[in-house]
Write a protein that binds this ligand. Structure first.
Ligand SMILES: [Mg+2]
Length: 444
């Protein structure tokens, strides 16, 4: 079990970028929110705010109660994307980035010369130093190095901020067996409840089970994969193909209605469909998921009920009308509760070569219309052309940052910037870069 994977996770990413470009905020409790009114949700909190109990998902109003001195900062997705590219460039000076998992998470494959613990320590320190130099000392990261990616990722969560965890033969499984399975990526509260019902509370309990039992625990192949991963084995994964692409959005209080949620779902799907074409894929499934508020529970989202359904998109759809039609059919099944969060995912992605070409002229026309909409939106801003049913919710669901992908600059914009459109032009890339440079100058 050689050390094969390095996983890097930026600490409190959006909050750190804001502290970097606004040196006056360094060392202070801050939170970043796309909607800064009390009902909005924090999407990142600085360590100073985290120590007062503010986390991702805390409502702005609650954050102010928990930490009265907190500064709430308007989210600036384009700035975060700009910094993301700078961070990738810094890492790349030491090791090629193999996969970008989200705006603040990447993984790299170690080569044969980097398999020893000493070599890994040197490499991790060099990367951290490079990021501090090129991107600012405020941009700290945690690095995990392990025989496979799930364990390397686990390592990034163990020491924060500015952590380094290396798991090699001598450490496994001792270094991880005391942890809760919920520390593992992809094991959410639902899976955890199921594991607890089977008497599993720690990774040590999981290690007692054989492959067949692991498969039964998860109800599928993923359980068996965990059997291998926990032992430091690599499991073959399809590395060349993105398997899904989607967006989710927490609804602002004034659109927590069935109609409001519906319009946001269409908006999100429109954005996902444009990305699908931009990245040159076709999708074979569409999944719609919602979370609903439960009466009497204040911390919405963390004590909510959920619902989801999926539908086939045939041999591979790329055009917006076909995908929106599928959503309209799915929407009829949505329960009549108070919606809180909407998520749409285009799944089972294939490359267009393997998708069937449109058989009917009408389908070809639909494809051309979608491409035309994309080019107008790319040129004049994300929401210049939109479908009629989205008119009321253009401002909602538009600035949300999906954590499972890195937004292309063409698709990223902030809610506030959108609301101000016409009043104050958004910063240019050069101005964003100048802000980052100012932050670096302040380090000296
Ligand atoms: Mg992070």
């Amino acid at each position: 079990m050689a050390l094969r994977t390095l996983f890097l996770d930026l600490n409190s990413y959006f909050a750190s970028v804001e502290q970097h470009v606004q040196p006056a905020l360094r060392g202070k409790p801050i939170a970043v929110a796309p909607i800064t009114s009390d009902s909005g949700c924090c999407i990142a909190a600085s360590y100073e705010a985290k120590s007062k109990g503010v986390k991702t998902g805390t409502r702005v109003g609650d954050a102010k109660r928990l930490c009265p001195t907190i500064t709430i900062v308007d989210a600036r997705p384009r700035l975060y994307v700009r910094m993301h590219h700078r961070i990738l460039a810094a890492i790349d000076k030491h090791i090629p980035v193999d996969r970008v998992h989200s705006i603040d998470e990447v993984s790299c494959k170690l080569d044969r010369t980097q398999h020893t613990r000493a070599a890994c320590e040197t490499l991790a320190k060099a990367i951290k130093h490079q990021i501090a130099k090129d991107c600012g000392k405020t941009m700290r990261c945690s690095i995990g190095i392990a025989p496979n990616r799930p364990l390397a990722k686990l390592g990034t969560d163990m020491f924060k901020p500015d952590g380094l965890a290396i798991f090699d033969d001598a450490d496994l499984p001792r270094a991880i067996e005391h942890l809760s399975p919920q520390e593992l990526a992809g094991i959410g509260p639902q899976t955890m409840k199921r594991l607890q019902r089977q008497g599993i509370n720690t990774i040590a309990d999981l290690l007692q089970r054989d492959q067949k039992q692991m498969r039964e625990l998860w109800g599928g192949i993923i359980g068996e994969r965990w059997w291998y991963w926990l032992r430091g084995d690599e499991v073959h994964e399809d590395k060349t193909r993105r398997r899904s692409l989607g967006h989710q959005h927490v609804l602002a209080p004034d659109v927590r209605t069935r109609e409001g949620a519906r319009a946001v779902a269409f908006r999100l799907l429109l954005k996902a469909a444009a990305r699908l074409r931009h990245e040159n894929y076709a999708a074979r499934t569409l999944t719609l998921a919602l979370r609903f508020t439960r009466e009497g529970i204040g911390q919405a989202g963390w004590n909510s009920t959920s619902w989801d359904a999926a539908t086939s998109l045939g041999e591979g759809a790329v055009d917006t009308p076909t995908i929106l039609d599928a959503l309209a059919l799915l929407w009829d099944k949505v329960p009549h509760d108070t919606p809180l969060l909407v998520s749409v995912t285009l799944g089972d992605l294939i490359t267009p070569q393997s998708a069937t070409l449109p058989l009917f002229p009408d389908e070809a026309k639909r494809g051309n219309l979608s491409k035309a909409m994309d080019s107008v939106n790319n040129k004049f801003g994300a929401n210049t052309v939109y479908t009629a049913n989205m008119q009321d919710v253009r401002a909602h669901g538009a600035g949300g940052i999906a954590f499972n992908f890195v937004p292309d600059l063409n698709f990223a914009d902030s809610v506030k910037a959108r609301q101000r459109q016409g009043a104050e032009p958004p910063l240019t890339d050069a101005q964003l870069d100048a802000l980052i440079e100012t932050g670096i100058a302040a380090d000296r």
